[in-house]
Structures are given as structure tokens and as C-alpha cells.
Design a protein around this ligand. Structure first.
Ligand code: TNX
Length: 547
């Protein structure tokens, strides 16, 4: 026994390098605003070191402890700042506030003397400081790391930095949702847009309308292969499920520690096939039995809209308020995209409603739906985000527009006085191909290679010239999952494009440098994907925007 312990120690000694080199300060991604590396000096972090934290950052201190232990094997003691004991070891100090912190989500990281100090005045800032620090540690088990003396001052260029995930077309285990949130936090994103309902399923527990889950969460089959393949083929597997409220709460808590706010989306008044499958009385043909959709792309092909009747509006009020109560984020996404007008045109009840309410036409009806729901949400203190199609009618400017069109739609929304989140299909739809290799894994269509994502500029020149840049609050990449059936496929589609987007959204524009980005990708980020065990797309040198 003793002998085997001895040899174990020997093995550990051989395999855990005593002193590992940190990763380089010049590898930090997204590039920080200001880095001032000193010519000499370092702070050694080994098992004696402590994490000392101000009370506001207790959760982030525990997060750092856990992340550092997983990454390096260094499990440091946690110590509240006001009960700090003198210690022989050095300290990582997570401190609240300070004069240097002048902006939201800002942090400073100072390494000198016996201390590594991160300062921030909000959770986001602290989380981002922690991400930067973790990038200064190696991705291997070590006994000690010398963090070079440095002063970093850093804050984001845009206040909205989002990633979306569609969990309807395919659903992902809760563990993967958390992993996705970890990926967002690493990349200094601050928003997870959770697309929870659509034609192919309803993915969140609702107590007031239980058939949304017993019926609406399940489809009887799923299209095989590509939507354009003829003849269409289907499997015969019942597919579905939903996240319970407890699971949702767990994800919200998990995200909050990591500085990520979650915006839920309940997509209305189109994209509602799962709803009318559960409750045909909210459809334009209450006498019909609808299935939950088994194919993709319903627009003008299959009826998926809500009928404007009293029961429907009561339903919307209850459901939106029930979901609003779960999510602490100030914003709520009500969809509003791709609402076909033909079903309303063919429905006498909808036509009568348009007349009775003095609405101009079906577009006016769409706006009516949006305004009603915005009212229900306002009663819960929420602001509304919608896809840019909600501007088809006249809306008041408190609504945030998420623009999946091009610059033109973004400019139009800003000129009308709306804040805009840019999420243009080109190049921010990560469900599009990243190569033109016919053997590449199936994607919806389009071509959004890595360099196109890196070159994306959220603020259109026209708005800059008009001094309206402030209306562009940020950008988001969307991950629709018609052709993404597993966590590994999600990873393959988002990496490394998400890393490129993180730099677009975080780093000062003049610091963007694609050659240097690719160097950091190779040296520091791809090793990180591998450390995560994440799939990623490798062939980005070959597949460029020019191809
Ligand atoms: C359009 S963009 C949609 C989604 C699809 C996506 C596929 C938007 C707001 N709606 O329902 O999944 O295209 O790329």
C-alpha cells in the first residue's frame, strides 16, 4: 500500500509540471481595450494562494475557484474580504468598485506585488475580469503559475452581446444549455436568447394551459434530410419535451452567476402551430385538428397563426405573464417574425375583428397583437423585443427591434427611433454553412464563413454619418436548429464563428485584426475548445468570403 502511494506521488511529480508557463497576455480574446504589460515581475499562484472577495462577488469567487481548479488543479481557499486572515500565500482579490471603474461591465485586472486584483462594479465586469484571468493560466494541471505583472483596463464596445439558441426544432439537454451559457461567459457575451416556442414544439412548462405541454410539446415525426429534398421523407419517431419551471429557474441562476441574462422568446402571432395543435380554438379554423409541425419553414404553406378572439387574448395574457414571472431579465421577446397574412385574409372572424377595431389591414392586426402582448408584459415591468417584421405596422419606440434583415432594415428601424439589435442573416446566422464543401455537414443554406463574421460591422455607415450610431445597441448570432440535432453539431456550427463575433462586439473597432485573431485562435482558443471537449469547424483558412 505504502509503496503504491509512493509511486503515485512519483507519477504525479513527473506529470504535474511544478512551474507551468502562463498563457501569453497577448493571447487574450476578445482583445482588451488596454493592456500594459510590465517588463518584469510576476505573482506566483500556487496552492497556498487565496481568493479574497468582497461580499457582492461571493458567487463569482466560488465560480473562479471552481473554474481554476478544473483548468489547472489549483483549488484555492476562499476568504471573504472583511474576514481576511494573514497568509503566507499570494492573493487573487475580487473587489467591488473603485475610482478606475467608470463604466458598466468594466473591469480592471492588476497583477503586482503579492496580489492579482480584479475590480468591477457589477457582476458582468467581475465575470469578464475572471475570464481574462483564466486565460492567463495554462490549460493543464500545475503546481504553480507565475502570472506576469500587468495592468488591464477593459470594457465592451456594445451593451448588447447576444447568442440565440432554438430549442424547438431540436431540443438539447439542460446540461448542454448550461454548457452553452459557459461558452457565452467565456466570450464575454451578456445575453442568451432562448427561443422556446415555435411551430414544431412548445418547450417550456406552462401551468395555466397544460395542453401546451401534453400536446404542444410533442411532434409525431420529423423531416429527414433537407427541406428541399424531393420527395419529402419523415421518420416515425415521436419527438419532443419541455423544460420544467424548476429547470428554467436552475438555468437562470446558473446564468446569473456568469453575468448572463436570459431573454425568453414566445413567438406570436405566427409560428404558433404548436399552440393551435394544443388549442384549436385559438386558430382561424377552430373546427380543425392541427398537428404539431413535422417539417420546417411553414410560412404561407401551413396555417400557423392565432385568431384574434377573446379566448386567444386571454390565453396570451396568462401565458406571457406566467413566463414573465419566471425570468428576471427586463426584456421579453415576443417573436413577430414571418407572420403570413393569408390565413387572416381567409378568415371571416379575423376580418370582422379588423373592421371592428378600425385596423387598416392584416399588418394592422399583427401590430394589434404585438401591442396587446406588450401591454401584458408592461404590467409585469417588462420591455419588449421583436423581430424586425413587427415594424410592418406602427409601433411605439419603446420596443427593441431585433433585425435579421440587412443594413437597410436596421437603418429604417433606427430612423424611426427604435433601439436595434443587429442579427443579419448574412453573416450572423450560424445555421448557415461555413464552407462550400459538398461534404460539409448539412446546413440550411447560405454561406457565412469565419472571416465574414469577423469583418461584420454592427453600425451601418449611414447611421454613423447621421449621428444615429447610439441606436445600435449591439448584435447577436442566431442558431436555428432545423439541421442541428445534437450538442456537438451546435458546437461545430458556433465555433469558431462565435469567437469572431465576441471580438466584434467587445473590442474597440480599431483593434480588430484578422491575422492576429487567427494567431490567437490557433495558439489559445482552439486548445480551449479542445479542453472543453467541444466540436469546432477547422477549415476556416480554406473557406473565406472570397471563395
Ligand atoms: C427564419 S429569422 C426564421 C426561423 C428559421 C430560420 C432559418 C426568423 C426570425 N425566423 O424560424 O428557423 O429562418 O434560418
Amino acid at each position: 500500500m505504502k509503496q503504491s502511494l509512493c509511486s503515485l506521488t512519483l507519477i504525479l511529480f513527473l506529470f504535474i509540471p511544478f512551474l507551468a508557463l502562463p498563457q501569453s497576455v497577448s493571447d487574450i480574446t476578445p482583445t482588451p481595450v488596454q493592456v500594459n504589460q510590465k517588463r518584469r515581475g510576476h505573482v506566483a499562484i500556487n496552492r497556498e494562494a487565496q481568493i479574497v472577495y468582497d461580499a457582492q462577488f461571493a458567487d463569482q469567487a466560488a465560480y473562479l475557484e471552481e473554474m481554476l481548479a478544473a483548468q489547472t488543479g489549483l483549488r484555492l481557499a476562499l476568504q471573504p474580504n472583511n474576514r481576511q486572515k494573514n497568509t503566507a500565500g499570494n492573493r487573487i482579490r475580487l473587489l467591488f468598485g473603485g475610482r478606475a471603474i467608470t463604466k458598466a461591465e468594466m473591469y480592471t485586472l492588476t497583477v503586482s506585488g503579492k496580489d492579482v486584483i480584479i475590480r468591477a462594479k457589477d457582476t458582468g465586469g467581475m465575470v469578464y475580469g475572471i475570464q481574462t484571468l483564466l486565460q492567463l493560466f495554462p490549460l493543464e494541471q500545475v503546481a504553480e503559475v507565475e502570472i506576469p505583472n500587468v495592468e488591464i483596463k477593459d470594457y465592451p464596445r456594445f451593451s448588447y452581446r447576444g447568442m440565440h439558441l432554438d430549442v424547438v426544432r431540436h431540443m438539447f439537454p439542460l446540461e448542454f444549455i448550461k454548457k452553452y451559457i459557459d461558452y457565452l461567459a467565456f466570450h464575454k457575451f451578456n445575453t442568451f436568447h432562448w427561443h422556446l416556442t415555435d411551430d414544431q414544439g412548445w418547450r417550456i412548462e406552462i401551468e395555466s394551459y397544460p395542453k401546451l405541454n401534453t400536446i404542444g410539446s410533442w411532434r409525431e415525426a420529423t423531416l429527414i434530410g433537407h427541406f428541399k429534398d424531393q420527395p419529402a421523407r419523415y421518420d416515425s419517431t415521436r419527438y419532443g419535451g419541455y423544460y420544467t419551471k424548476d429547470e428554467v429557474r436552475e438555468v437562470i441562476r446558473y446564468a446569473a452567476v456568469r453575468g448572463i441574462s436570459i431573454i425568453p422568446e414566445i413567438d406570436i402571432p405566427g409560428h404558433s402551430r404548436a399552440t393551435i395543435a394544443a388549442y384549436p380554438e385559438f386558430s382561424t379554423r377552430p373546427d380543425t385538428t392541427w398537428n404539431v409541425a413535422t417539417t420546417w419553414g411553414m410560412y404561407n404553406r401551413q396555417n400557423n397563426v392565432l385568431q384574434p378572439n377573446p379566448a386567444t387574448f386571454k390565453f396570451l395574457e396568462k401565458v406571457f405573464q406566467e413566463v414573465a414571472e419566471l425570468f428576471p431579465a427586463p426584456y421579453f421577446h415576443l417573436g413577430g417574425d414571418e407572420c403570413s397574412k393569408m390565413w387572416w385574409k381567409a378568415d371571416p372572424v379575423s376580418q370582422q375583428f379588423i373592421q371592428d377595431h378600425n385596423l387598416k389591414d392584416e399588418k394592422g392586426l399583427q401590430t394589434y397583437f404585438v401591442e396587446q402582448v406588450a401591454g401584458y408584459l408592461a404590467a409585469k415591468g417588462k420591455k419588449v423585443i421583436g423581430w424586425h417584421e413587427i415594424l410592418e405596422g406602427d409601433l411605439d419606440t419603446s420596443t427593441l427591434i431585433m433585425n435579421w434583415g440587412g443594413e437597410k432594415e436596421g437603418i429604417a428601424a433606427a430612423m424611426r427611433g427604435h433601439q436595434v439589435i443587429m442579427a443579419p442573416g448574412k453573416p450572423l446566422y450560424f445555421d448557415h454553412y461555413q464552407s462550400k464543401d459538398p461534404l460539409d455537414s448539412l446546413a440550411i443554406h447560405g454561406y457565412n464563413p469565419l472571416d465574414a463574421v469577423y469583418a461584420f460591422e454592427p453600425v451601418p455607415d449611414t447611421l454613423r454619418k447621421l449621428n444615429l450610431d447610439r441606436f445600435i445597441v449591439g448584435a447577436q448570432a442566431n442558431v436555428w436548429t432545423e439541421y442541428i440535432g445534437s450538442p456537438a453539431k451546435v458546437e461545430y456550427m458556433v465555433f469558431p464563428r462565435m469567437t469572431a463575433l465576441s471580438e466584434v462586439l467587445w473590442s474597440p473597432r480599431h483593434k480588430r485584426d484578422y491575422q492576429d485573431f487567427k494567431r490567437r485562435l490557433e495558439q489559445a482558443i482552439i486548445p480551449r475548445y479542445e479542453y472543453w471537449g467541444a466540436a469546432y469547424f477547422r477549415n476556416f483558412e480554406q473557406w473565406t468570403a472570397e471563395k
